[in-house]
Design a binder for this molecule. Structure first.
Ligand code: NI
Length: 392
């Protein structure tokens, strides 16, 4: 079976659904109406939908008429607290925005669901659709909640994709190796002694100490880490002091760490702690850090699934549709599914300068070349169909 023509036939449906979901974005853990609409869309296809218990999102099984394995397809459904500035006719007006393109993920998976459910007679096994909430929150929710709910029980493989603003339409990327990084969040409190601004000798200036710590942290990446091992340490926020003429007694800062390396998962927080506490001590101050890994890395390390996904794209759109995309240091909780069952993660290019689709994901003007949506939908369907056919 080849889903290219079917996807062409369903293109209007996919674009119409994308615009609908785009207009009504909801934040992580608040995807109430989004979930209701997805359920109604799936029920129109004759599918039986299961809500999750205690959080939004849903799953539905497309049960083929022929026996076989179970393959899962995942779309995340939440939006961001960004005020949309696209000027689109179907722009959101509620202060939130599908700036990461999860509206496209919903629409593409609905398109695939439609195509697959119309071809149950040829399907050798079951396709489980997972509409996952709360990907953006980067916490113990989202994929981890879905997994705890048992949605992956009995699943033999999983496929997911992300629409990507820094990758040209109409290309698709499926390649082996590191795709997205482990992500950590850290917070540091620096405690000094406040004093009159004119008498620094009577205080311990936490702003100066925090500055020294931040500068020293930069040397962890440049002087301690193997340069062949990608590592990012970013301080994204700093806050301290009360007034222009007071030595600041307290300063805090926070940031993120990104890596692919298993060793660095343990090593980095230890090294950062050492640098932070000892730098503070040099100045007679005290610093404490809290550190948490939020997501594990997305690594396409299952060559069989990589090949099924690549062949699916080639079969429909030719070898030229597959393009290289550099490894990204961003995070994605799809990685948790991949720890549980074999998986593969693809990127769908949405950038098209001719249509002025030049902004990246999370930008208030992010928009996509909609002509790629049918390809993303077709790849979901083709991957699922081919995996089941090959495994039967
Ligand atoms: Ni996203």
């Amino acid at each position: 079976m080849n889903f290219k023509k079917l996807a062409d036939k369903n293109e209007n449906y996919i674009i119409e659904r994308r615009r609908y979901y785009h207009q009504y974005p909801e934040l992580s853990m608040q995807e109430i109406e989004t979930t209701n609409s997805i359920i109604s869309d799936l029920e129109k296809m004759g599918l039986e939908v299961k809500r999750f218990d205690g959080f939004y999102g849903c799953t539905a099984d497309i049960i083929g008429e022929l026996p076989g394995k179970v393959v899962a397809l995942r779309a995340d459904i939440d939006a961001l607290p960004i005020k949309e500035e696209t000027g689109l006719e179907f722009a959101s007006t509620n202060g939130c925005m599908h700036a990461c393109g999860h509206d496209c993920h919903i629409a593409m998976l609905l398109g695939a669901a439609k195509m697959l459910s119309e071809n149950k007679d040829k399907l050798k096994g079951t396709v489980r659709l997972i509409f996952q909430p709360s990907e953006e929150s980067g916490c113990q929710e989202g994929a981890q909640d879905v997994i705890r709910s048992g949605a992956l029980d009995g699943v033999d493989a999983i496929y997911g994709s992300h629409i990507w603003g820094d990758f040209d339409a109409p290309y698709i990327n499926v390649e082996s190796g590191n795709r997205m990084a482990s992500t950590a969040e850290f917070h540091v409190e620096v405690e000094g002694v406040s004093a009159h601004g004119s008498a620094p000798n009577l205080g311990v200036d936490s702003i100066v100490v925090a500055s020294a710590i931040i500068m020293n942290l930069q040397t962890y990446v440049s002087r301690n880490n193997n340069p062949l091992n990608p590592l990012v340490v970013t301080v994204g926020k700093i806050e301290g002091g009360n007034r222009w003429n007071v030595i600041a007694g307290k300063t805090s800062f926070e940031g993120t760490v990104r890596t692919f390396s298993k060793e660095l998962l343990e090593e980095t927080p230890k090294a950062m702690k050492r640098i932070i506490e000892n730098t503070a001590e040099v100045f007679g101050a005290k610093a404490t850090m809290t550190f948490e890994w939020l997501v594990v890395p997305v690594i396409n390390d299952n060559e069989k699934l990589n090949k099924i996904a690549q062949d699916a794209v080639k079969k429909m759109y030719g070898e030229e549709c597959l393009r290289h995309l550099d490894t990204l240091m961003g995070g994605e909780d799809f990685s948790y599914y991949m720890q549980k069952v074999p998986g593969v993660f693809a990127f769908i290019g949405s950038r098209n300068p001719e249509l002025n689709k030049i902004y990246t994901n999370h930008h208030e003007k992010y928009d996509v070349d909609e002509s790629v949506l049918k390809k993303g939908a077709a790849t979901y369907a083709q991957f699922a169909y081919d995996f089941l056919a090959q495994e039967s």
